[in-house]
Design a protein around this ligand. Structure first.
Ligand code: GAP
Length: 513
């Protein structure tokens, strides 16, 4: 655990030191769970968004993108169920005055039991060596079975109590498990209360005519209310999808873990409208397609796993998370939800407008079913950033800190470095920069010894450093240094564009899908 905490602390400080993420309004001591993307962070975020948009919109003939507004008519949120049901159960500790999500306290308790299971597995692996079968061990070992049963009993009781709105039982469960405030150890808890996560505000200037509106808590509803507009104007035929990226806001009770859980964040969502009865097939297809998108970035197959939901949201008939191994363990990165016809039907009911599609093949109208893919852009940023940060021991017994970002996502693709600040080398370097910047984001750096400049670019995650030296004057060649291998080759200036393009070309990355 301490190791994980250390790694996470390094991720956070590296993000600040190298111009990726700053605390929002830092000069006023910041605002909890709100962050700003700095010069490199904004580029990385944009590249992730582009990578998603290209895969989802540009590469699918039957998916189009929109950009709906953040403020929507308040009835939207009544219809979607957010006014009545977008709540988290909160509990306060009377001694520490700290506020927690009651369900997260219980889940964290279960996560600790899971760690015990992992320990048993590791011990047995050591004992049995090559003959060890994990599957057999976890299904037969009495201690592991006991732990697993305990987890199942606790989570099933928690699920039932939340479903039945039995908040007194959630508190009883916390007391029975003797769960203490993680910060102070106090077990002096208040009752559990429901807390709506939407931020409300007023639209309009005068008190009489102003209207209570909400900052959208998900981008999905902007797609649902535009379903017929897009279908008609785009002459879309089912199955088809509508995608969008944009800000969402949630007044999260527990706002920790950096950009993992924020109060203002960005989502990349796609709603896929299908014929009723075919949703299971499309749900499986999108689960597979989205996992392939993640794997195409080469961040390690073992870092992902599916978590199928047992307790379903009020709108879903199936749901799964793609979980990623963050520095603090496996957590949800993306959700794939089979949302049935819940949203469109609800909007029909509340607006009195038909939300139906005329199927020419079937010669009938119906409300389509929807399969949704929903990923947090900031969460994806954290996954990419944390997974890329490495500390490497080098042959000469020194270490280097390198951000091995998938090069297609790197904020700066190439740094142009004159070996010295004289003899006409800066002028040649600038000329190369002026040529390359048409195609790639580039930077120029002439300060410090070249070794230090390499380290600086390693830490930023720049895949290529191009050094102009005295030989360049004689034969128009430069050295190109590769971030990951640190290999350096002498190449012609005229070949630079092709070499860089080959490595960062979005097409070749997405073709790995
Ligand atoms: N439209 C469905 C929906 O919003 P969700 O599971 O609540 O579903 C989808 O959110 C994704 O949005 C999550 O998988 C996560 O990546 C991201 N997300 C949700 N809440 C977040 C928060 N407070 N901060 C950052 N990302 C968040």
């Amino acid at each position: 655990m301490a190791k994980q905490d250390d790694l996470f602390k390094k991720v956070i400080s590296h993000a600040k030191e190298y111009g990726y993420i700053f605390q929002s309004s830092e000069i006023y001591d910041g605002l909890s769970a709100v962050y700003d993307y700095a010069q490199n962070g904004a580029e990385l975020k944009k590249n992730i968004r582009d990578y998603w948009w290209k895969a989802m919109v540009q590469m699918h003939e039957n998916i189009v993108g929109i950009d709906a507004s953040i403020l929507m008519h308040p009835t939207t949120w009544k219809a979607s169920g957010h006014v009545d049901a977008f709540n988290d159960p909160l509990i306060d500790n009377k001694d520490s005055k700290k506020r927690y999500r009651a369900d997260v306290l219980v889940e964290d308790y279960c996560a600790k039991i899971e760690v015990k299971i992992e320990k048993e597995i590791k011990k047995a692996q050591k004992r049995f060596g090559d003959t060890f079968s994990k599957d057999e061990f976890v299904t037969t070992n009495p201690r592991v079975l006991g732990y697993q049963e305990k987890i199942n009993t606790i989570l099933s009781r928690l699920g039932k109590s939340l479903e039945n709105e039995d908040l007194a039982d959630v508190k009883l469960l916390i007391e029975e498990l003797e769960i203490a405030d993680p910060l102070t150890g106090s077990k002096n808890w208040t009752d559990v209360k429901q807390f709506n996560l939407m931020f409300g505000t007023q639209l309009g200037a005068s008190a009489d005519s102003s209207m209570q509106v909400y900052l959208r808590p998900e981008t999905a509803q902007g797609i649902f209310v535009n379903f017929l507009n897009v279908q008609k104007t785009g002459r879309m035929k089912i199955p088809f999808g509508i995608a969008q990226t944009g800000k969402a806001f949630r007044n999260e009770i527990v706002a920790r873990q950096f950009i993992f859980r924020m109060r203002e964040f960005e989502q990349m969502e796609m709603q896929f409208f299908v014929k009723p009865g075919t949703q299971k097939k499309w749900y499986e297809t999108w689960k597979e397609t989205r996992l392939k998108w993640h794997l195409s970035l080469g961040m390690g197959k073992d870092n992902y796993r599916f978590h199928d939901h047992e307790k379903l949201a009020h709108y879903a008939d199936a749901a799964a998370d793609i979980e990623f191994k963050f520095p603090f363990g496996f957590k949800e990165l993306e959700g794939i939800h089979s949302r049935t016809d819940f949203d469109l039907k609800a909007h029909e009911e509340y607006s009195g407008k038909k939300m139906q599609y005329f199927d020419h093949e079937e010669n009938k109208n119906y409300v389509p079913y929807v399969v949704e893919t929903s990923i947090g852009l900031d969460r994806m940023f954290l996954a990419v950033f944390a997974n890329s940060l490495k500390e490497e021991k080098l042959d000469n017994n020194t270490t280097r800190v390198v951000l091995k970002l998938p090069s297609v996502l790197a904020p700066i693709k190439a740094a142009i470095l004159p070996l010295v600040k004289k003899d006409g080398l800066p002028e040649i370097a600038r000329k190369i920069l002026d040529e390359l910047k048409w195609d790639f984001s580039t930077t120029y750096d002439e300060k410090d010894a070249v070794g230090r400049r390499y380290r600086r670019q390693d830490a930023i995650g720049t895949p290529f450093c191009i050094t102009v030296d005295h030989e360049t004057i004689d034969n128009n060649t430069v050295t190109i240094r590769h971030r990951d291998s640190m290999e350096q080759n002498r190449v012609k200036i005229t070949d630079l564009k092709t070499i860089i393009k080959k490595e960062i070309d979005i097409k070749s990355w997405l073709q790995k899908m």
